[in-house]
Write a protein that binds this ligand. Structure first.
Ligand code: GMT
Length: 376
């Protein structure tokens, strides 16, 4: 199939899922066209059936807001015609499904029919989409898609509850390339460069938006390091970064926290981590937790959104109510204070990640494309 993929090309989970999906589909013989405003961060253009088409939005002083949806829908029309793209897979209802629908209508004028598969990743539904300003556009975009997927049962339920949805939604979870994790293996894990042998390594990765509740990460880590020698690996950039640095300074733990900023070496950091913290307010899936588990790192998380579908309480880690720092601390210490117990949790975390192997999940998308095309 010739598949057009539209996504946010940033470090966020939806961009990672879209990119890795496209790369795997290309290995499976499909021709993939990424259509977005920047080259996706994890996209390496090493294959002759992966293409990247940049959407340009010329700055024009008359416009207070530059019309990205317009530029995107025009680009989609051009690329579908030029490359004979058969199906569009758009990640996020706003603005991507919305722009794709406009492209579809424009193409219909020329008797070209292009079906749209929309994947919901969460933010447009749980945080932005339910805002009254956007609600009609999100509802319309979902209902006008030819097929809709959500990354967890929880997100599907939220979508059905918050919007007037007339479409069936298939649940297709986030996935992980286990071979990539195992291949690298990082047997020369540079743990010694980061911490002493007796120190436990706690890790957090996110885009440091308020929804990630990074102050809870600091509070839990502060409590842990009072009980045992520990270091915190803090990966990501975002609006809460300065506040976090300030809090660490006030608590006198700056020397125990390593700030990595945006990193392309997540696997290297996870390989020497003992525990992963994800105390988010909401999380439609929690790809970062899955990546940690695939590296054998147990997860202390909040019990919210799709996280319980990924992190299994008492097996791959523990779940606590949102904001319950005391419970998260208690669970973290329980895992960390006994070496044998820590090893058991690490093994079970890795085992749980096997349920999200890309070789099992990518065919689910392929089946949806085939089914959608067959119905056209
Ligand atoms: O929250 C993020 O880190 C970014 C966000 C995005 O839009 O990329 O992630 C969302 O999509 C990911 C991939 O499906 C999910 O794993 C994340 O849980 C989801 N984030 C939220 O729901 C807050």
């Amino acid at each position: 199939m010739k598949i057009g993929i539209v996504c946010y090309p940033t470090f966020g989970g939806s961009g990672v899922v879209a990119t890795e999906l496209g790369l795997e589909l290309s290995k499976r013989g499909h021709e993939i066209h990424f259509i977005t405003y920047n080259q996706p961060v994890r996209l390496e253009l090493i294959s002759n059936n992966v293409h990247y088409h940049e959407v340009n939005v010329p700055e024009y002083p008359l416009f207070h807001y530059q019309p990205y949806e317009l530029a995107l829908s025009s680009k989609l029309v051009d690329m579908v015609k030029l490359h004979g793209i058969e199906i569009l897979h758009v990640h996020y209802a706003i603005p991507h499904a919305y722009a794709a629908y406009m492209a579809k209508k424009m193409l219909q004028e020329e008797n070209i029919y292009i079906p749209i598969v929309t994947t919901l990743h969460g933010t447009d539904i749980t945080l932005v989409g339910s805002h009254p300003f956007y609600k009609p556009a999100v509802t319309f975009s979902i209902n006008k898609s030819d097929a809709v997927t959500a990354v967890s049962q929880s997100l599907k339920d939220d979508t059905m509850r918050l919007f007037d949805i007339k479409k069936d939604i298939s649940v297709v979870p986030n996935f992980i390339d286990l071979e990539k994790h195992n291949l690298h293996g990082f047997t020369d894990c540079q743990r010694g460069m980061m911490a002493n042998d007796d120190e436990k390594i706690i890790t957090h990765i996110s885009n440091l938006r308020p929804v990630k509740r990074v102050q809870d990460v600091i509070s839990v880590f502060y409590n842990i390091q009072k009980e045992m020698p520990a270091k915190l690996m803090f990966i990501g950039e975002g609006p809460e970064k300065e506040k976090v640095e300030l809090t660490c300074q006030e608590l006198g733990i700056l020397d125990k926290v390593v700030f990595f900023g945006k990193s392309n070496e997540i696997d290297k950091i996870l390989c020497f981590s003992d525990l992963f913290l994800l105390p988010s307010l909401t999380e439609s899936f929690g790809l970062a937790a899955l990546e940690a588990m695939a590296s054998g790192v147990p997860v202390i998380s909040s019990n919210t959104g799709g996280i319980p579908e990924v992190n299994i309480h008492g097996e791959s880690g523990f779940l606590s109510p949102v904001g319950d720092v005391e419970d998260m601390t208690k669970n973290a210490l329980y895992i960390l204070e006994d070496e044998q117990r820590l090893k058991t949790f690490k093994d079970k975390a890795r085992k749980q990640s096997l349920n999200f192997d890309l070789h099992a999940i990518v065919p689910m998308y392929e089946a949806i494309y085939k089914d959608t095309l067959a119905k056209c």
